[in-house]
Design a protein around this ligand. Structure first.
Ligand code: SAM
Length: 319
């Protein structure tokens, strides 16, 4: 199957930005424009509420929203379904005491999703080390009316876990640079910048370097004293960047010191059937705790999500 054929099997997803309005209001608005709740592939006017992610709507793949005033005002976010999984699985609490880190934030789709799930309460520290991408992030946060975010143009790895301002951080989202091998269509004009797909000979080395960086990020996140939940995600389909990184993180000194393990399968989007690759894990049963999306087969781009939790932590229930 070509990338074009796979892309055609992916609906045009929009996430309703609940920092601005409700999904019911959005549905009502689309109906008043002539859209109807029906199979999005059957007609150009069909749209549907997603069965896994609340506040996500699926439209016919041909539907364009990039010039839509709702998009320009930040009331809808053009975001692939799979890319909504990390924030939803992390399930940050919505309270004035909440403290959350988005370690790799730009362009900011997942940051604005976290902020909406937190109902704009508490503190959301959003790191982005690249200056240009940081300015895109700021623009995006303003447009999405995120009020609880403190964007930082800084390298997450240079941040000290002992810094008192992060002492109460309980949730971390890690969506670091990856090969991007799962992406078959680009859903928005603010591309989730990734490193071009590593397919050629010699690129094994490149994937290995990415995997080493991804592992370092997870191990760093595990050092924050109050962290109970860490989501690690990629838009890669390569086991090297996914199961292998998770496997190595589980065996790390940081995981042992922090008592981190994988969350139980029913804490990680249990209604989603495609799980991790059992043959790539030390304990095949661990694969049930991992979520995979296969491009062309799941009506999404290719994606991978894992959730580390601290043993005995009073972690909030997640979907
Ligand atoms: N989560 C973003 C979203 O959904 O919009 C996409 C993140 S993108 C895959 C990875 C981002 O992490 C890039 O913008 C990259 O510049 C940034 N990044 C990579 N390493 C970093 C680090 N050590 N500290 C902070 N940002 C980093």
């Amino acid at each position: 199957q070509s990338d074009d054929a796979r892309a055609a099997s992916i609906p045009r997803y929009i996430r309703v930005n609940t920092s601005c309005w409700t999904t019911e209001e959005a549905v009502h608005t689309f109906k008043s424009r002539g859209f109807e709740l029906s199979d999005p592939f059957a007609s150009s006017k069909g749209f549907a509420r997603d069965e896994h992610i609340p506040d996500l709507l699926a439209f016919n793949p041909q539907t364009q929203f990039s010039d839509d005033p709702l998009f320009k005002e930040g009331k809808i976010i053009l975001q692939d379904k799979a890319s909504c999984f990390p924030a939803y699985i992390l399930s940050p609490p919505a309270s004035d005491e909440s403290a959350v880190i988005d370690a790799t934030a730009a362009p900011g789709n997942k940051t604005s999703h976290l902020s909406a799930l937190m109902e704009n309460k508490g503190k959301l520290f959003a790191f982005e080390r690249d200056k240009k991408r940081f300015s895109t992030l700021r623009m995006m946060l303003a447009k999405a009316r995120c009020q609880n975010v403190q964007p930082q143009n800084a390298d997450f790895l240079a941040t000290s876990p002992a810094d008192p301002q992060y002492a109460s951080v309980t949730h971390i989202l890690l969506d670091p640079s990856c090969s991007g091998s799962g992406i078959v269509n680009r859903l928005d004009h603010l591309l989730e910048t990734v490193i071009p797909e590593a397919e050629n000979e010699g690129d094994h080395e490149r994937l290995n370097k990415l995997a080493a960086f991804q592992l370092t990020m997870i191990k760093h996140a595990m050092k924050f004293p109050a962290v109970d939940r860490i989501v690690y995600s990629t838009c890669s389909i390569h086991a090297v960047e996914n199961e292998h990184v998770v496997r190595r993180a589980l065996k790390s000194e940081e995981a042992a010191n922090g008592r981190f393990k994988l969350a139980a399968p029913n804490d990680v989007l249990p209604t989603w059937r495609r799980r991790g690759l059992a043959e790539e894990m030390d304990d095949p049963a661990d694969a049930l705790s991992l979520v995979r999306c296969s491009p062309g087969e799941d009506a999404t781009n290719g994606f991978f999500v894992s959730l580390f939790v601290r043993e005995n932590a009073h972690a909030s229930q997640s979907p």
